[in-house]
Design a protein around this ligand. Structure first.
Ligand SMILES: Nc1ncnc2c1ncn2[C@@H]1O[C@H](COP(=O)(O)OP(=O)(O)OP(=O)(O)O)[C@@H](O)[C@H]1O
Ligand SMILES: [Mg+2]
Length: 258
């Protein structure tokens, strides 16, 4: 079956995402906030891109726009060769559910559902509630080390555990692109390492594309490159040399935003 969100054209040279001079202004009671002031970037299929930058530099805003949760004030975003602005609401919803996995900074789990129900939700919304889906949700929870918390509701989970449920949920529908907003912001260092390794493995083994916001040089060290944001703009790019180069990466980052 072909889904409306799937009728995209193949993109040139395995490019999965193209962001072209995107600006986002928020109108507030005072002066407008220029959250993004002209961001351009391209991401290839299977790439792992970290996004770094100070608080308020526009990182979450960009992920929300790429996820089709909000529209840019100007500029364009193309995912898999398709301009998000050309999608109607239903197509955008399906695009988000079937092509993208989002890990929100604030997790956004549904409070009335158990951990396993939260993970299975993207498939259930598509009317798929099979044993195989339950099995997959269980495996994903085990992958983030939460096999022992499957029936817990969010209020009965720690912040770090909720964050790991959100990661499992983002992977439920086998996304083409994972957008992760500080996915290890609340987890301990042991689980943080496991999450970075998991995201990195997804790009290498499943050719999934990962775009992850992080403040941690160690996490960004797992990425193929880190884009550094300042005041709504990309001010530089760092090519990490792996985990051992976290120190160098942190120094270069400080230089760029300093
Ligand atoms: N809905 C909104 N209305 C008005 N201003 C907003 C809104 N959302 C974000 N902003 C402003 O836009 C700027 C960018 O916000 P954003 O959430 O993208 O930052 P961020 O880089 O993700 O920061 P953090 O690291 O703290 O999560 C901030 O100055 C913020 O106050
Ligand atoms: Mg943010």
């Amino acid at each position: 079956m072909t889904h409306p969100a799937d009728d995209h054209q193949a993109s040139p040279a395995c490019e999965v995402l193209r962001v072209d001079d995107v600006r986002k202004e928020y109108q507030t009671e005072g002066s407008p906030v220029h959250a993004l002031a002209g961001v351009s970037m391209t991401v290839r299929a299977g790439e792992f891109v970290a996004i770094m930058g100070a608080s308020g530099s526009g990182k979450s805003t960009l992920l929300h726009l790429i996820g089709g949760l909000d529209a840019p004030t100007s500029g364009s975003i193309q995912m898999e060769g398709r301009d998000l602005a050309t999608m109607n609401d239903r197509q955008r919803t399906l695009y988000r559910r079937r092509r993208i996995g989002i890990v929100f900074q604030a997790y956004n789990l549904l409070p009335t559902l158990s951990a396993i129900e939260n993970v299975a939700l993207p498939a259930m919304l598509d009317g798929l509630n099979t044993t195989a889906m339950q099995q997959r949700a269980q495996e994903l929870l085990e992958l983030v080390d939460l096999g022992h918390r499957m029936q817990h509701r969010p209020h009965a989970l720690s912040g770090g555990e909720q964050q790991r449920v959100a990661i499992a949920r983002a992977l439920m529908n086998d996304p083409v692109v994972v957008l992760a907003d500080e996915p290890t912001g609340n987890v301990d260092s042991h689980h943080a390492t496991a999450i970075w390794k998991l995201l990195s493995r997804l790009t290498r083994e499943n050719r999934c594309t990962v775009i992850a916001v992080t403040h941690e040089a160690v996490g960004a060290g797992y990425a193929d490159r880190a884009l550094v944001f300042k005041d709504g703009r990309v001010v530089g790019e760092i090519k990490p040399g792996g985990e051992d180069h976290a120190g160098d990466l942190a120094a270069r980052y400080t230089q760029l935003v300093g």
